[in-house]
Design a protein around this ligand. Structure first.
Ligand code: ADP
Ligand code: MG
Length: 567
């Protein structure tokens, strides 16, 4: 592996830096950096950062697209993650180089903002930097490159928007296609359509439209995973599935037309908080003391029962005696339910979480057509389902192994967010690198109206966009040059939706093939990739404080090993 910053040059650099930072005041040197701080400037700093960012892009390139490969990551404890998800892979990689970390950062932002496109954004940013480096080699100044990139980015966004088409929450089939495209690179089995329908159904269920504007809070789709069965058994629960069991064996296991009380109050007799002491001098006193406690618990249960509730979920504890009385009243209960589940139960059933049993009234109760305890893969769960117009739902993910359900969860997550992004922005574009190819075509024309060096930068940006169709083809084992030539020809002929049909190994109209992505995913990826590339290009000085506990600290700019390897 080549070391971009050999130790000797680091040492030289330190000396240079020390000299440079010693301003002279009346013959007295002034030190401006603390002892142990390291600094790289100019080309070295730039090259080092670019190399690191490129390395990250190269590391996950092979996972792009439906024919992309997976990565197996083993952490220091031996835990294994197998994934194709850019954000997941990068967060597991424990990257340290500051510029490389920016790549991780944009992939995380992409994940948070739109869910999908986490590989795309990093591959794009890495390639933009690679193309910029070629210009730096031709003595084009970084400021000219960043200026060209900024202009190119604005134009690129204009182009994707212009090729996008409208979609709404009611276009179920199109949403299913978007979900399938989002999941296509992950191992979700032979029938992604069924899974995609579950996803779209869930998203539709929780979407809220006011004044023609649909908003979706993806937090309201709860993902529960259970190993066992097959991916095909993944199902939508119109309500909430909770990882709990019914507290008492003589309680009913099932309640139809359930009236549900949600309590943030303990069904227990409070321990005294002060150091009070009760002296009991006779067995009768003891008896009446216990009887009094039981009476209080019974009272609580009576109050709950009086509201008409036949199901109780408590965020706190439920005393044994209280359980017994509830069982006698035919009430089904679960205790120590997570706060997040309580909130979702409230949204699904329409109940109000109450923190005082005295204040509980029938108006606070929620409704579910069916509440029942069921065994899933050997573990009990309580299903609160058949809710009326639930505002929170659950997808119960199934699959043959832990690794499979984990990856299916990531796929479902991408699909949910993609469907939501498509509905919220109301636009989609063709996939398979079609919009990227169109951007490249338009940019090359657009560049002609700029003076020499800026033109080079805009063309470099155009080349960088083509990395997406090129990588999709490459990962599918296709001849990339052949594919790019055909792709450009199609776009020149006006076929804006022409892309790499990786499953059939040819250039096709991706929209006709129903391979479509949300516009929001593309906009976010293009903007963050170019912003990150720009930011890295503008750095010409890296000053690193000495690392604590790390013998000697890192060379300036970070880990030298990151910059070697695949480039
Ligand atoms: P990311 O993490 O960036 O979403 P993926 O591995 O999911 O990366 O790949 C996404 C890319 O794969 C998108 O450009 C998408 O349009 C493309 N894609 C998905 N399905 C197909 C397909 N059947 N044919 C061609 N391209 C596809
Ligand atoms: Mg994806």
């Amino acid at each position: 592996m080549r070391r971009a910053t050999p130790v000797s040059s680091v040492v030289r650099e330190v000396f240079r830096m020390v000299n440079a930072t010693m301003a002279q005041i009346g013959g007295q040197p002034v030190l401006i950096l603390p002892e142990g701080a390291l600094r790289t400037t100019g080309k070295d700093a730039q090259r080092n950062n670019i190399a690191a960012a490129k390395a990250v892009g190269d590391a996950i390139r092979t996972t792009l697209g439906p024919r992309g490969m997976d990565k197996m990551l083993v952490d220091s404890l031996g835990d294994v993650v197998i994934s194709n998800d850019g954000a997941t892979i990068l967060s597991e990689m424990e990257i340290e180089h500051p510029a490389a970390k920016m790549m991780v950062e944009i992939s995380k932002t992409q994940d948070e903002e739109v869910g999908d496109g986490t590989t795309t954004v990093v591959v794009l940013a890495g390639t933009m930097l690679k193309k910029a480096e070629e210009l730096l080699d031709q003595e084009v100044h970084p400021t000219v490159i960043t200026k060209g990139y900024r202009v190119a980015k604005e134009k690129a966004l204009e182009v994707v928007k212009s090729v996008s088409k409208s979609i709404s929450v009611n276009d179920e089939d199109k949403l299913v296609r978007i979900a399938i495209t989002a999941m296509s690179s992950k191992a979700v089995g032979e029938n992604p359509e069924k899974l995609a329908r579950v996803v779209v159904q869930a998203v539709k269920e929780i979407s809220e439209t006011t004044d023609g504007k649909t908003v979706i809070d993806v937090e309201n789709v709860k993902l529960e995973k259970r190993r066992g069965g097959g991916i095909i058994d993944t199902e939508l629960i119109k309500g909430i599935a909770i990882d709990k069991e019914i507290v008492h064996p003589s309680m009913p296991k099932k309640a139809e037309n359930a009236k549900i009380a949600l309590l943030d109050a303990a069904l227990e007799v409070k321990e005294l908080e002060t150091d009070a002491e009760i002296r009991i001098t006779s067995p009768e006193q003891m008896q009446s003391f216990l009887a009094e406690e039981e009476r209080m618990l019974k009272d609580m249960v009576e109050k709950i029962a009086a509201t008409g509730a036949n199901v109780v979920f408590s965020q706190k504890g439920i005393d044994d005696a209280a359980q017994h009385y509830m069982a006698k009243k035919g009430i089904l209960a679960a205790r120590r339910v997570k706060k997040s589940d309580m909130d979702k139960l409230a949204r699904a059933t329409g109940a109000k979480v109450t923190s005082s049993i005295n204040d509980l009234s029938s108006a606070d109760l929620g409704f579910a057509g069916l509440v029942e305890e069921k065994k899933v893969s050997g573990e009990q769960m309580v299903f609160v389902q058949k809710c009326k117009d639930p505002k929170a739902v659950t997808i119960l993910i199934r699959g043959g192994s832990e690794h499979i359900v984990d990856e299916v969860e990531r796929a479902v997550n991408d699909a949910i967010k993609s469907a939501a992004a498509a509905i919220e922005m109301g636009k989609y574009v063709a996939g398979g690198g079609a919009p990227e190819a169109e951007i490249a075509r338009v940019l090359r024309k657009f560049a002609e109206s700029f003076p020499g060096r800026e033109q080079l930068a805009i063309n470099a940006f155009a080349d960088a966009m083509e990395v997406i169709p090129k990588t999709l083809a490459e990962n599918a084992g296709l001849d990339t040059i052949d594919m790019l030539v055909k792709l450009r020809a199609e776009h020149d002929a006006g076929n804006v939706n022409a892309g790499v049909d990786v499953l059939n190994g040819r250039i096709s109209d991706m929209e006709k093939l129903n391979v479509i992505d949300p516009l929001k995913t593309k906009i976010q990826a293009i903007s963050s990739a170019s912003e990150a590339a720009e930011m890295i290009l503008r750095i010409d000085d890296v000053i690193s404080a000495s690392k604590l506990n790390k013998g000697g600290g890192m060379p300036p700019g970070g880990m030298p090993d990151m910059s070697g390897g695949e480039m």
